[in-house]
Design a protein around this ligand. Structure first.
Ligand SMILES: NC(=O)c1ccc[n+]([C@@H]2O[C@H](COP(=O)([O-])OP(=O)(O)OC[C@H]3O[C@@H](n4cnc5c(N)ncnc54)[C@H](O)[C@@H]3O)[C@@H](O)[C@H]2O)c1
Length: 356
């Protein structure tokens, strides 16, 4: 696996940074763009996004006139278009968030788009990184590629945990990760792969657990919890994820894999009760619905490697309640964003629950 390959080169930026952010109109990609433009006002950032149902340019409205921010619509599986945009801006670095991400859609809907974007699309980006001699490509992946842990198991995912995805979404992501490994070994294409745990924060499309529950509870509607509600995820704020990716863009070692998580394991029942409490809603709004097929029981990340590199997350386990309160408040404060997204969501099934 990538993690077993040692390389002494570092991925330091040289000269002007022109960063292509694939999938920058989605949840984490837009949080990352806000973070990077705030921290590095001189970097050029090109958001390359297909604008699927999950892509939302409203997430970037506050910076759309920033002269260092550019938007280009395009599909990562369209190599001609990717190359065209890379050449147009003289891109030096590429980070890929673009993916089909909703696990339930990968189970109940068609899987083809998942495989096309999450596997083939990554291979196209690797070809583009190689052909254009990019300094670094960062592939943003998920802890779900490792499969599941037991509730009583005294073990977390490390970078050496075998890739063993259970969900079609995760299998498609794993395909992209393995292609990164192969391009590194075969072509020395400078690529880093990350495996992050479940994210929360502003700008998340409300088919995913936390905003879905916030929206339901805000409207005094039943909040549907899968199965017994005891499935555990390791929750991280999207800003801390962005901080980790920033660090890897500057100090990560090509050919390596890095796990990202803040040791914040919580089960869905706990999350649901916290959201209801923050909103001042009764627990009687919780309803238990039929579990997701093959629902992974527990994910947990060992982040020793990236912490040793100097990553300093802010919303650690003891600050989770604060992070969640701020997130709920963000959705309450941004009623126009919420209203528009509600209007776009009419096709979403009432019973679709969480990513995780
Ligand atoms: N959300 C999480 O909890 C989480 C956790 C770990 C890793 N990740 C990974 O982080 C990345 C971003 O996740 P997210 O939750 O922000 O996703 P998201 O669904 O909110 O956004 C995905 C974005 O990719 C774009 N996109 C989809 N297909 C595309 C294509 N073929 N070409 C170009 N753009 C395309 C969409 O328009 C959208 O803007 C994904 O790769 C995901 O696997 C997410």
């Amino acid at each position: 696996m990538l993690s077993s390959i040692k390389n002494t080169d570092s991925a330091k930026y040289r000269g002007a940074v022109k960063l292509m952010v694939a999938g920058g109109a989605g949840f984490i990609g837009s949080n990352f763009i806000h973070y990077m433009l705030g921290k590095y006002p001189d970097y050029e950032i090109v958001n390359y996004d297909k604008l699927t149902y999950a892509g939302n340019l409203d997430n970037l409205k506050s910076i759309e006139t920033n002269p260092h921010y550019h938007f280009e619509q395009g599909d990562i599986t369209d190599l001609t278009r990717v190359n065209e945009v890379i050449k147009k801006y003289g891109i030096t670095h590429l980070i890929n968030f673009a993916a089909e991400t909703h696990v339930d859609r990968s189970i109940h809907g068609g899987i083809k788009d998942f495989v096309l974007t999450n596997s083939l699309g990554v291979q196209m980006l690797l070809d583009a990184a190689r052909a254009n001699n990019l300094e670094l490509m960062l592939q943003v992946s998920t802890d779900e590629v490792y499969g599941a842990l037991g509730l009583d198991e005294d073990r977390k995912f490390t970078e050496d945990t075998p890739i063993m995805p259970n969900m079609p979404y995760a299998a498609a992501k794993a395909g992209g990760d393995l292609m990164c490994h192969a391009y590194w070994v075969t072509h020395k294409t400078p690529v880093i792969v990350t495996h992050c745990s479940n994210n929360y924060g502003p700008y998340q499309y409300p088919e995913k657990l936390i905003p879905f529950f916030i929206f339901k509870a805000m409207d005094d509607q039943p909040v549907p919890v899968y199965g017994d509600g005891l499935n555990v995820r390791d929750w991280i704020h999207a800003v801390d994820h962005s901080r980790a990716l920033d660090l890897l863009l500057h100090k990560g070692t090509p050919g390596e894999v890095y796990n990202i998580g803040v040791d914040n394991e919580r089960n869905n029942l706990e999350i649901t009760k916290m959201v209801l409490k923050i909103l001042g809603k009764p627990e009687s709004l919780m309803t238990f619905v039929q579990d997701r097929p093959g629902h992974d029981r527990r994910y947990a990340i060992d982040a020793t490697k990236i912490l040793a590199l100097g990553w300093e997350p802010v919303y650690t386990r003891d600050k989770f309640e604060q992070g969640l309160k701020e997130t709920v408040q963000w959705y309450l404060d941004n009623s126009e964003w919420v209203h528009k997204i509600h209007a776009r969501m009419s096709e979403i099934n009432q019973h679709i629950s969480a990513k995780g």
